[in-house]
Design a protein around this ligand. Structure first.
Ligand code: R5P
Length: 310
C-alpha cells in the first residue's frame, strides 16, 4: 500500500499515515508562472495500491485539480489501484438541477475523478448519500457519527441531550446520531430567501430545558448554525452546542460562531482548520484520522468497511 497527499490537508494525511504506520510517498507539486500545476511522484508506483488523501476544500478548484493531476500521474505510472480519499467532497451541494439551465456539478466532479484514473473513492458524510450513485466506481461514504457519538458521551450528560437537525434535509443524519445516543430529536424549519442567507421559520419539537446539540454536515458561512442556535435559546434551550463534520468556515464564519449563543462548535479535521478557527474560544477539532485510517486498512485488506458502523 502507498499513501500520498496533495496540499489540501497535510496534517490529516500525516495522522492517517501514523495510524497506518506507513510513510507518505514523496510528491512534488509545483506551479508554472501562469498558475498551471505540475506534479512529479518521486518513487516507483508500478503495481501499487495507492491512496491519495485530498479534500476538495477551498480553494476547491485548485485542490480538485491537484487531485486529478496526481491521479493522472499515478495512472500513467502504472499504479494497480488508485483510491481518491476525499474527506470533504466539494461541490456536493450541487447535486441536482435547481432551475433551468443549471449544472449538476457533483456529477461532473464524479466523472472527472473516474476519468483521471480513480478506481475507488472514499469520503465522509457526503452532503447527500445519493451522490454515491453518480459514480460507476465503488464509492464508500463513511459516517463521522461514531466518532461524534463517543465525543458527546465524553463531554455531555447524554440523558439531558436533544439532537437538533438545523434543516429538514438533515433529519436522517440527526436521527441516526440520536438513535445511537438514545436521545430525542428536534428539527429547525429553515428557509433560504436567497443563496447564502437563512431564516428560521419554526422549531419542531420540545427544546425547553434541554442541552441541544445541533448536528449538520457543513458549516459554511455559519448563518444556518448561528440562527438555529439563537432560535433554540429563544425557545428555552438550556444550552446549545454543535457538531458539524465539515468546517468550511468561509468569510466571517469564525467571528459569527465566536459571537453566537453557541457554547461550543466541534468540527472534524476533514478540512484543515485555519489558525483563526483554531484560536477561537468556542471551536474544538475532533480528528477523523483513525476512522479514515481504519477504512483504508480494511479496503487494502478486502475487509468490510460497513462493519465500522455496526
Ligand atoms: C445545507 O443543506 C447544509 O447541510 C448546511 O446546513 C449549509 O451548507 C450550511 O451553510 P451556511 O453555514 O452557509 O448556512
Amino acid at each position: 500500500m502507498k499513501l500520498m497527499c496533495g496540499n489540501a490537508n497535510k496534517p490529516l494525511a500525516r495522522l492517517i499515515a501514523d495510524y497506518l504506520d506507513a510513510p507518505l510517498s514523496d510528491v512534488e507539486i509545483e506551479r508554472f508562472a501562469d498558475g498551471e500545476l505540475f506534479v512529479r511522484i518521486d518513487e516507483n508506483m508500478r503495481g501499487e495500491d495507492v491512496y491519495i488523501i485530498q479534500p476538495t476544500s477551498s480553494p476547491a478548484n485548485d485542490h480538485l485539480m491537484e487531485l486529478l493531476i496526481c491521479m493522472d500521474a499515478l495512472a500513467r505510472a502504472s499504479a494497480r489501484r488508485i483510491t481518491a480519499v476525499i474527506p470533504y467532497f466539494g461541490y456536493a451541494r450541487q447535486d441536482r438541477k435547481t432551475g433551468g439551465r443549471t449544472p449538476i456539478t457533483a456529477r461532473l466532479v464524479a466523472n472527472l475523478l473516474a476519468e483521471a484514473g480513480a478506481n475507488r473513492v472514499l469520503t465522509i458524510d457526503l452532503h447527500a448519500g445519493q451522490i454515491q450513485g453518480f459514480f460507476d466506481i465503488p464509492a464508500d461514504n463513511l459516517f463521522a457519527s461514531p466518532v461524534i457519538d463517543q465525543d458527546i458521551r465524553r463531554h455531555y450528560d447524554v440523558g439531558d441531550v436533544l439532537i437538533v437537525s438545523p434543516d429538514v434535509g438533515g433529519v436522517v443524519r440527526a436521527r441516526s446520531l440520536a438513535d445511537r445516543l438514545g436521545a430525542d430529536i428536534a428539527i429547525v424549519d429553515k428557509r433560504r430567501p436567497r443563496a447564502g442567507a437563512s431564516e428560521v421559520m419554526n422549531i419542531i419539537g420540545e427544546v425547553e430545558g434541554c442541552s441541544c446539540i445541533i448536528f449538520d454536515d457543513i458549516i459554511d458561512s455559519g448563518g444556518t448554525l448561528c440562527n438555529a442556535a439563537a432560535a433554540l435559546k429563544e425557545q428555552g434551550a438550556k444550552n446549545v452546542s454543535a457538531y458539524i463534520t465539515h468546517g468550511v468556515l468561509s468569510g466571517e464564519a469564525v467571528e459569527r460562531v465566536s459571537n453566537s449563543m453557541l457554547r461550543e462548535l466541534v468540527v472534524t479535521d476533514s478540512i484543515d482548520v485555519t489558525d483563526r478557527a483554531g484560536a477561537a474560544p468556542n471551536i474544538r477539532v475532533l480528528s477523523v484520522a483513525p476512522l479514515l485510517g481504519e477504512a483504508i486498512r480494511r479496503i487494502a485488506n478486502d475487509e468490510s468497511v460497513s462493519k465500522l458502523f455496526d
